[in-house]
Design a protein around this ligand. Structure first.
Ligand code: SF4
Ligand code: SF4
Length: 482
């Protein structure tokens, strides 16, 4: 029975199963598939390979009734074979792309430098505790920053492009160092044959003309923290002396406009229970001229009052879907609408985004503390559970391998039986270790919306998928599911 029309581009399949020895996977239809509907009918999402197929209504109805009722999972493979579903259990079916084997430790490709573990603002929702990560404020010495660049180039694959990230705290409080590192890394990369790109996350309250010129002269992605309009932003971001952090951010945008704009300028909104209507903030950010505006729920903050919890995730999902519907409407009509979470999800689904980890933390991506310690990512700096060596000794390959082995999504509960696991990857390590997984219903709800939107957008505006614009820098590699 050939009932399915596959949509989108997909990664290559692995060798088909031999005619003999085909065996059902260890998980049932609940974990391997999800039926969904769009304006174009019923569809099947297959977790393995993030594949999307058209599905006859009769088959969709049968599958839904089967999975909703109490059933014997041992019979799932028979039902799948009877309906002609492209799943395990049949001769000639593709072997699973992910089988629980931990990823090999890859060469380093991105390293972020916590150049200033201090900040000029005071925000209750800051995961970094104003950059101190629970310790004292400090700056990265120049020799440590240069050693970080040397280490990145030494550990990178030959000829590969690498990314140097500047994080904090507020990295522009260490602007002289940022300028020096950019010049040094550009020279050093040219000598070793590595193209070096840069990423910087900032509150944009202290940017100067020389910084803007630097951003424009080099391949920079700049991510700006934006929490709303003036009232909303200032309510969450307290400037010293009672000034307006929002007005300073607007002044910073003018500096960029006049003196040099980075290649990619995005706004990142940290969503708390106090954040205003997301659609208003999204349109405000787009109106300010950002290339992309994205949201991230604050799941772990020094003050729990700022955290989105299980109860508030429901409202967060509704607001994200409201933004997603606006993006779908505009993009389907051929008009740009740079809602970052939506665009990322669309491109991931189109290319069969498929991974057993939430991000590259601890794999191709590491973060260096001001003291030269290496950690899995910028949010996990100074956390001994995520220590991964040092600039002096190099990355701890054993710690990285153990991290990848322990955190494969197929080895995590309850992730291993979640249909969204290869799109979600099991959740941000920083959030999971501090808060567990309070946002799973949100993640699955957002992805279910995105599946429907993907089918409708691919029919209405296929040209959207020919010109990807999503950022590929490491500010937040897990944007898809957040
Ligand atoms: S974190 Fe939640 S949504 Fe993500 S894979 Fe695990 S169970 Fe699924
Ligand atoms: S998603 Fe990954 S890179 Fe981003 S904060 Fe979490 S662990 Fe770090």
């Amino acid at each position: 029975m050939s009932v399915l029309l596959q949509i989108g581009r997909r990664p290559p399949e692995r060798e088909p199963r031999p005619a003999s020895g085909a065996a059902p996977g260890p998980l049932g239809l609940d974990a391997e598939t999800r039926v969904f509907r769009s304006a174009h009918g019923a569809h099947l999402f297959v977790a393995d390979g993030s594949r999307i197929y058209d599905l006859p209504e009769e088959a969709a109805d049968r599958l839904e009734r089967w999975t909703a009722a109490a059933h014997d999972p041992a019979q799932d493979a028979d039902l799948a074979a009877g309906l002609g579903l492209p799943l395990w259990g049949g001769a000639g079916m593709p072997a699973p792309r992910i089988d629980g084997t931990p990823a090999a430790v890859p060469p380093l490709s991105s390293l972020s430098l916590n150049v200033m573990q201090a900040c000029n603002l005071s925000c209750g929702h800051c995961y970094a505790d104003e950059g101190r990560f629970g310790g004292s404020a400090r700056a990265m010495p120049r020799e440590t920053a240069f050693a970080a660049v040397d280490r990145l180039l030494a550990e990178a694959a030959p000829d590969a492009a690498v990314v140097v990230g500047f994080m904090g705290g507020e990295p522009l409080l260490a602007r002289d160092l940022v300028h020096e590192v950019v010049a040094y890394a550009t020279r050093a990369g040219a000598a070793t044959g590595h193209a070096v790109r840069f990423a910087l996350t900032t509150n944009l309250t202290t940017v100067r003309p020389a910084d803007a010129e630097l951003f424009a002269a080099h391949p920079f992605t700049v991510a700006v923290s934006l929490d709303g309009d003036r009232a909303g932003h200032d309510a969450l971001r307290r400037a010293p002396g009672g000034g307006s952090a929002y007005e300073r951010l607007r002044a910073g945008l003018e500096v960029l406009e006049r003196h040099g704009r980075p290649r990619h300028l995005s706004a990142r909104v940290s969503v708390t229970p106090y954040t205003g209507r997301l659609l208003d903030i999204l349109e405000h950010g787009i109106g300010l001229g950002f290339d992309e505006v994205g949201f991230a729920a604050v799941v772990s903050a020094p003050d729990p009052a700022y955290e989105i919890g299980t109860d508030t995730f429901t409202g967060f999902l509704q607001q994200m879907v409201e933004c997603g519907e606006a993006a779908l409407r505009e993009l389907a009509a051929g008009r740009p609408y740079p809602f970052g979470n939506f665009q990322t999800a669309m491109y991931e689904l189109h290319t069969g985004g498929h991974r057993p980890y939430p991000c590259g933390a601890g794999a191709g991506y590491l973060s260096a503390s001001a003291e030269g310690g290496l950690y899995a990512c910028h949010r996990l700096v100074d956390d001994p559970a995520f220590a991964m060596g040092s600039l002096a000794q190099g990355p701890d390959q054993g710690a990285r391998a153990a991290h990848l082995a322990a955190r494969h999504v197929d080895r995590a509960e309850p992730c291993r039986s979640c249909w969204a696991r290869y799109l979600c990857g099991g959740g941000c390590y920083h959030e999971v270790t501090r808060r567990g997984r309070p946002g799973c219903d949100y993640i699955r709800g957002w992805l279910a919306f995105c599946l429907r939107a993907y089918v409708e957008l691919s029919q209405a505006a296929p040209e959207f998928f020919r010109n990807p614009t999503a950022s590929d820098l490491p500010g937040d590699p897990a944007a898809l599911a957040r």
